[in-house]
Design a protein around this ligand. Structure first.
Ligand code: ADP
Ligand code: MG
Length: 678
């Protein structure tokens, strides 16, 4: 048997049980072995019966002296009891409705029992205990994540069978030097001891080793992928002085923008395509960097395409790029789905003829009929919104063009290393001068009226505002649409009567949303009441106030992103977070966002509070989920595996000397290469 065989090939797992395992994403023997315990029950140390306390969990070693007659309390409850004794005293064990548990035990035999003790001082009983023979070798029992119908014992038996079936095939794949440098136990030891450890230290060593495996293979795969991307020679460009571009700007680039531009320029001079991620907090000025990249590309006789997730963003980028680049004689156009067919056709003809230098647009850019004369650079904004396939299709419209990805999602550096391991990363860690910090306040619902009159004051000053209501899941037929509509109507009948208000929600079509946003941008709408569909990246400098309802329902990073819609001009901006749920935990979270303006610091805090699951649960990034390594806690492991991958690949980039490691990384590369990176 091999690890890719189905679990039904193991004795004891039939099709019915396999269906249960499938619910846990377990199909093969390998999957089962990678169903790592979430914890253990440690029976290695036992106490005397005399010493156990009611309402606590204890382990005792005792002889089962006799089983009692089952007590039938009513048709649904049968109680199975037995008396157990050690030198210090006696107590009962009780199983509710589980006759098999008691049947499995023998009188006069010695066992270890683990469970919660109930009763009172004179009559103690252990309820539904976990029981093992006193002379067993397995005194540490794994606890698995289960699904209804599967028990711990079944999974433990399944894993035991899986280990027996493939134990001969577990091979070491990490080079000896790395193993000794990072003090890793052997693969075989780890695979066995993660499930059935001899002691808790063995469990820890195994967890460490398997976490190392996971991240190490991932880092090797990402590096090799990056190297293959590097190898493909695309478009050749020569250096252009950044100063030429800067002269057309209405402002001076921040030093972080300059540094990023220089990194981009030096990538674009190389013989292999650029693969760079530009990460910058909201408002850090990523578009100017994109424009600089376009400029270099066009100066070299190539075209650039800038793909945005929505029309409103495509139009916004178009306007910005035009303002920056037209003075430099660069021809900029915008291609979106809402153009008339004739206009679209005309624009596509000009693109194919090379009469347009820079095009911004939506998915229309990747339609089959869009062709470029010489595509040299593709830029994607907010990459999480694009399917990988779409980015790939855009890239295929050129000959291995340079690639620039802009992301405002602040990802803790530790995670960025993994998520974007195939990309070089530039971070714009500075906001343009003169930006004022957004004053952020958290209040309870009691102060809502006051908060709303504050919003009104801002509108009276000629500014604009946003009110964000959380998405309401369709509970009791109350829809998101109703929630937003009701809210806006209440405002218009009450405190904000007479102000021009519009609503924006997820059920609107793209064109409807765009038209509302365009009116808002043009200043025709004073207040926008919306769900979270306020597009990330929309730039309306005159908007200075945002009120967020039920702020505790949002993640911190999301709040920070939302808040970034204000504070984009020179005026002081405000964000008011309203919560009806001011628990200490909510207060702490909202305090973090009120006191911090750095998206990275907030993301780190968010990650600490919520765990890495949110970043890795979603699979949006195209990486396989991490099964065992705890990324929030294991930043050392991340660093170590990254160093280890570097050192192995330095001397042996093709892993010729490490065929097993190569096989494992290739398997992973196949997965992320096809879906993840392009
Ligand atoms: P983001 O990084 O969120 O995409 P944008 O590129 O939309 O940010 O820039 C936000 C605003 O800041 C825009 O109005 C832009 O013109 C302005 N801006 C960008 N760079 C600078 C700078 N160096 N100095 C002053 N304003 C800048
Ligand atoms: Mg932007």
């Amino acid at each position: 048997m091999v690890i890719t065989d189905k679990i039904t090939d193991l004795g004891g797992i039939g099709s019915k049980r396999a269906a249960l395992y499938e619910k846990l994403d377990i199909f093969t023997i390998g999957d089962l072995l990678e169903h790592y315990p979430t914890g253990y029950i440690d029976l290695t140390e036992s106490e005397e019966i005399d010493a156990v306390n009611v309402n606590e969990y204890h382990v005792v070693e005792a002889v089962l002296t006799h089983k009692q007659v089952p007590e039938r309390h009513h048709s649904k409850l049968i109680v199975y009891k037995a008396v157990i004794e050690d030198d210090s005293g006696a107590m009962s064990i009780v199983f509710y409705n589980n006759r098999f548990a008691l049947d499995a035990l023998e009188e006069e035999k010695c066992y270890r029992f683990y469970g919660k003790v109930a009763g009172n001082f004179t009559r103690r009983e252990m309820v539904n205990p976990v029981v093992v023979a006193a002379d067993t070798k397995r005194l540490i029992l794994p606890k698995y994540h289960l699904t209804k119908g599967l028990t711990q014992n079944m999974v433990a038996a399944g894993v035991t069978a899986a280990l027996d079936a493939v134990k001969e095939q577990i091979r070491e794949f990490i080079p000896d030097e790395i193993r000794s440098e990072y003090r890793l136990c052997s693969e075989e030891y780890a695979v066995n001891n993660i499930h059935f450890p001899e002691n808790m230290r063995a469990a820890e060593l195994s967890r460490h080793r398997l976490g190392f495996d996971e991240l190490f293979v991932m880092q090797c795969a990402l590096r090799r992928l990056r190297n293959t991307n590097r190898g493909e020679c695309g478009v050749r460009m020569n250096a252009v002085p950044l100063e030429e571009f800067e002269e057309s700007l209405p402002f001076e680039l921040t030093s972080a923008q300059k540094r990023t531009c220089n990194e981009v320029y030096s990538d674009m001079e190389k013989a292999s395509p650029m693969n760079r991620l530009v990460q910058g907090d909201v408002g850090s000025g990523k578009t100017a960097v994109a424009a600089a990249a376009c400029y270099m590309c066009v100066k070299n006789g190539f075209q650039a395409a800038f793909m945005a997730p929505t029309e409103i963003l495509a139009n916004q980028h178009y306007n910005t790029l035009k303002a920056f680049l037209e003075p430099l004689s660069v021809r900029v156009e915008c291609l979106t789905g809402s153009l008339t067919p004739a206009a679209k056709r005309k624009m596509k003809e000009r693109l194919a003829a090379g009469e347009i230098d820079v095009v911004t647009g939506t998915h229309a850019l990747i339609s089959d009929s869009t062709e470029f004369a010489a595509l040299g650079l593709i830029i994607t904004d907010e990459q999480h919104r694009f399917g990988v396939e779409q980015r790939k299709r855009l890239a295929e419209k050129g000959d291995h063009p340079h690639r620039l990805v802009m992301s405002a999602t602040p990802i803790p550096r530790t995670l960025a290393l993994i998520m974007y391991g195939d990309l070089d990363v530039s971070v714009i860690d500075e906001l343009p001068k003169g930006r004022q910090r957004i004053q952020t306040y958290a209040v309870t619902g009691r102060l809502r009226e006051r908060a709303l009159s504050f919003v009104r004051q801002e509108l009276d000053k000629g500014r604009q505002g946003y009110i964000v209501c959380p998405m309401i899941e369709d509970e009791e037929g109350f829809t998101e649409l109703q929630a937003v509509t009701d809210y806006a109507q209440r405002l218009q009948r009450g405190i904000l009567a007479g102000y021009s208000t519009a609503i924006l929600h997820g059920k609107m079509t793209g064109a409807e949303k765009d038209s509302v946003m365009a009116d808002f941008k043009a200043g025709q709408i004073q207040l926008l009441v919306s769900t979270t569909v306020v597009e990330v990246g929309v730039d309306v400098p005159n908007a200075t106030v945002m009120l967020i309802e039920d702020a505790d329902r949002f993640g911190l990073s999301q709040l920070h992103q939302l808040r970034g819609r204000v504070g984009r001009g020179s005026e002081q901006s405000y964000c008011i977070l309203v919560t009806e749920n001011p628990t200490p935990e909510v207060r702490d979270r909202l305090r973090i966002i009120s006191e911090n303006s750095d998206g990275f610091a907030i993301a780190e805090a968010d990650l600490r509070l919520r765990g890495a699951g949110d970043f890795f649960g979603s699979r949006q990034h195209g990486l396989p989920p991490v099964k065992i390594a705890d990324l929030a806690a294991d930043s050392t492991l991340l660093k170590e595996t990254s160093d280890a991958a570097d050192s192995v690949l330095r001397d042996d980039p093709n892993l010729d000397r490490q065929p097993l490691l190569r096989k494992k990384t290739n398997e992973l590369t196949d997965r992320i290469g096809s879906e993840g990176m392009n």
